[in-house]
Write a protein that binds this ligand. Structure first.
Ligand code: NOJ
Length: 522
């Protein structure tokens, strides 16, 4: 069996994991210094958020050069040293890839702005004339971050090429060809044009560049993006012509073909589509190896909803012979401990959901800090840094606060400088050091669960069998094994299914499974 089919991937959100040089932002040497911890935790592979040169408008998801390392994180040597050391610890390293867009500081985009409409430089992006004499965007598409998905290019400067010079000299916008460019995310992230073969060739080079340096694979950002139905009036399967176009599967076939030249590498799509069937198309045998299913993180703490989502995903991936990949959170969403209600209840539910997630057949994604049960942090306005997110007042900073490592060091051992987001005092008691020796801690629960997942025969089956369970509860086991996972989302304690408890997310109540609790029995 391929290693990735049941692997535990651990997301390292680069800015927030560990800072080795005192600039207050995490880096590659910082990650390297934590490999002992990651081995102790028991993860199989890392996913590093983008490490490429970037103006950091979206913390690395705005890339200016896909084949280099931003000095914020270190350099190529630091990456290679991390990969070598991680391998020595038995941990693989995958890196984020951002094929849907670049930074607006990318040399391609600068060249596009300096070139006239219709030029090959512009053809790497989506430039269009506006409606209503150029004053309104080409269509009404919205950006994922809020606001229009189009921005009108800035007025050309005198040095920006012959075609625009005349208008610039007149000092007015009149008569100039100020087009609009498409960005499904922020205006600082113009979308690439995936009908342009140069764009394809460039991604192939990027893949080989990193594979030759020994990385074990890629997490592909917005893997349902790339191809857009811009010039057709018809919608996609969801009447959303921005995403999940049939053409995107050709891109994934190319990615797969490139990886197939290297043994044991993996391509994992971050795929945000609405049904299991559409989702499974990304993991057909000649496409991506895995796709992260974030639908579990969008489900409420409710046994029926959880079961329906799990069944839908499993049926869909089974139909194409792929493994499922389960994620409860990442750097874009509220952490489980806060999302499930906050406080004692939120943490209890997050711990229970960890046992559900880790019992499911397939691969899993953990987000750094969830193994410590960290809650989101309410940050004061002047500390917030997520400037591109326009929907919620708070942005995504609350789940990105740096990881606490020690109890009594400044910034709890994350940095010797000033952390890029303030770390609250309440994180001291949740630090890795505080939790390592405490057998009741969330970190100990994760360590034991990951150990059992690795060693217990109950985790070998691939299918899932459901048991009858009281209302508000669910119980399942891997097909052909004896290990049962039961979860209680109701408000009453319920009897345990047969078997001896191996691991519980919280104390049992006189032999009953209390609300907000999960158990593994064998
Ligand atoms: C998804 C990433 O997870 C998110 O952080 C980023 O802002 C968008 N893609 C745009 O790249």
């Amino acid at each position: 069996m391929h290693w990735w089919r049941d692997a535990v991937f651990y997301e390292v959100y680069m800015p927030s994991f560990t800072d080795s040089d005192g600039d207050g932002v995490g880096d590659l040497h910082g990650v390297r210094s934590r490999l002992g911890y990651l081995e102790l935790l028991g993860v199989d592979a890392l996913w590093l958020s983008p490490i490429y040169p970037s103006p950091m408008v979206d913390h690395g998801y705005d890339v200016t050069d896909h084949r280099a390392v931003d000095p914020t994180w270190g350099d190529l040597d630091a990456l290679e040293a991390l990969v070598a050391d991680a391998h020595a610890h038995g941990i693989r390293v995958t890196v984020d890839l951002v094929p849907n867009h670049t930074s607006d500081h990318h040399p391609w985009f600068r060249a596009a702005l300096g070139s006239p409409p219709g030029s090959p430089e512009r053809a790497r992006y989506h430039f269009r004339p506006g409606r209503a004499d150029g004053t309104r965007p080409p269509n009404d598409w919205l950006s994922v971050f809020g606001g229009p998905a189009w921005t009108r290019e800035p007025p050309p400067t005198p040095c920006q090429g012959e075609a625009n010079r005349e208008g610039a000299e007149r000092g007015s916008d009149e008569g100039r060809d100020q087009e609009w460019y498409l960005h499904l995310f922020s205006p600082a992230q113009p979308d690439l044009n995936w009908t342009n073969l140069e764009v394809w060739a460039d991604l192939e080079r990027t893949l080989r560049f990193w594979l030759d340096r020994g990385v074990d694979g890629f997490r592909i950002d917005a893997a349902h993006g790339m191809c857009k139905q811009l010039d057709s009036a018809g919608g996609s399967a969801y009447d959303d012509p921005r995403f999940d176009s049939d053409d995107v599967h050709d891109v994934h076939r190319m990615i797969r073909a490139a990886l197939d030249h290297y043994p044991d590498r993996v391509a994992i799509g971050a795929v945000g589509v609405r049904t299991g069937t559409r989702f499974a198309r990304y993991v057909r045998p000649d496409e991506l190896h895995l796709a992260v299913d974030t639908r579990l993180s969008a489900v409420r703490f409710d046994a029926d909803e959880l079961r329906a989502t799990i069944e839908d995903t499993l049926a869909a991936v089974d139909a194409v012979g792929a493994a499922a990949t389960w994620a409860l959170s990442d750097h874009d969403v509220t952490r489980p401990a806060s999302r499930y209600g906050g406080g004692v209840t939120g943490l209890a539910r997050a711990r229970a959901m960890a046992l559900v997630q880790l019992a499911l057949p397939g691969a899993v994604y953990l987000y750094n800090g969830d193994e410590l049960g960290l809650p989101d942090v309410e940050l004061p306005d002047d500390a917030r840094r997520d400037a591109v997110w326009k929907h919620a007042e708070h942005g995504r900073d609350g789940c990105r606060v740096p990881q606490p490592w020690e109890t009594d060091l400044p910034a709890f051992g994350f940095t010797t400088g000033t952390p890029w987001l303030p770390v609250p005092d309440s994180y001291a008691a949740l630090s890795a050091a505080a939790q390592l020796e405490d057998t009741g801690s969330t970190l100990s629960l994760y360590r034991r669960a990951l150990e059992l997942r690795r060693l217990h025969p109950g985790f070998t089956g691939s299918g899932l069998e459901w048991f009858g369970a009281p209302s508000g509860c669910l119980a399942f086991r891997r097909m052909g094994t004896t290990l049962v996972c039961a979860l209680n989302t109701s408000t009453e304690p319920v009897p345990l299914p047969p078997g001896d408890p191996l691991l519980v997310s919280g104390p049992l109540d006189d032999g009953l499974l209390p609300p907000d609790t999960a158990v593994w029995l064998a």
